[in-house]
Design a protein around this ligand. Sequence first.
Ligand code: SF4
Length: 460
Amino acid sequence: MFDAIHWDTDLIRRYDQVGPRYTSYPTAAQFHGGIGPFDLLHALRDSRKELRPLSLYVHVPFCAHVCYYCACNKVITKDRGRAQPYLRELEREIEIVGRHLDRRQTVEQLHFGGGTPTFLSHDELRHLMSQLREHFNLLNDDSGDYSIEIDPREADWSTMGLLRELGFNRVSLGVQDLDPAVQRAVNRLQSLEETRAIVEAAHTLQFRSVNIDLIYGLPKQTPESFAATLAEIIALQPDRVSLFNYAHLPERFTPQRRIDSSELPSPADKLAILQGSIEQLGAAGYRYIGMDHFALPDDELASAQEDGSLQRNFQGYTTHGHCDLIGLGVSAISQIGDLYCQNSSDLGDYQQSLGNGQLATLRGLHCDADDKLRRDVIQQLMCSFRLRFADIEQAHGIGFQQYFSAIWPHLQEMARDGLIALDDQGIVVRPAGRLLVRALCMLFDRYLDEHSQQRFSRVI
Ligand code: SF4
């Protein structure tokens, strides 16, 4: 299962197309306004009845500086006072949601994302964690996966000490690129020393895992300059590396309008950067987990992929897919049983709803039987690179080949092209198909049409 990726430029050119990243199926593009707080409360009641374990996501939307490539939901401000009214309403949401759950439901996974979670002061972080502990059953023995996104420009050793003391044991650092010319072009000036200091602090303080985020396809990048960045990053020995493709969509994301598109690497250079990076990471012992993610062989993601327990949710690859995911904060998404729901993405609306004592759920969807079936298929292909038809037939009471007869010719074509092995038993994604697994999953997506595809980035 762990053969290296086979790089085939012709296949990549042919199958590279715009598509979702499948952190959920159906994707958030299908969410509609017919879902509100009542649906969330109903789903929380079911979760409580079944005492399902929990994964909490907490969104902190503030950043002190704007990165021009950014496509996140964030508020750029130098005014640290903006955090206070937000935290007040966030804590109200924590209290309301916590009240509808059972103390016996343990929080196996916790993730602080943003924005920049470390925009908050030490006191604010302390208070927020104490509120979470008061209303949810957080583990105290360091056995949960409690992670936080860190901007090394907004953290130091004392921040890391505080985070460890508060119970965090994993960190994810935003780096993107170390070349000063690239950093200037995207307005994110961050020295290697700043990043190294945080990685060293994480190791010394015995955080269990360090992830570093990189982006290829940024302005001024060349295959040589990015190889130099990656060599420095590999020397820091993070447990995981996320290598994202920059999608330049200035009409959708305002900060990207400040990027000079003539400085972007050509498609051929982007492919060369990706190919070189995969080779470099492979030579350094990193395994390709799937969809932009690499991990050292002793990392939990790699072992979970090995034993078939790896899953995917809004936080990317996870070993906690069996938990109900509760999203807290502006724009946060929850996945509870068969319900997906999302809070308002507008800071003012979010604060106003909670200020009125109401949850800020604004949209979402209930999965029907077909959604659940396709979700299973896509999950297995994304996480294990293989699918046994008998498993799906048993779980969902269908005949696989009949159910998917319309896409069968496309699967056969992919098999002829060497992306997959296909027989009566199932599908195995071949080394040449691993980078293109998203194109395979798109065949099983009932909602894709040309209009919806405009919302997504290219596969590679
Ligand atoms: S990339 Fe991250 S740090 Fe930069 S503006 Fe966006 S959310 Fe903030």
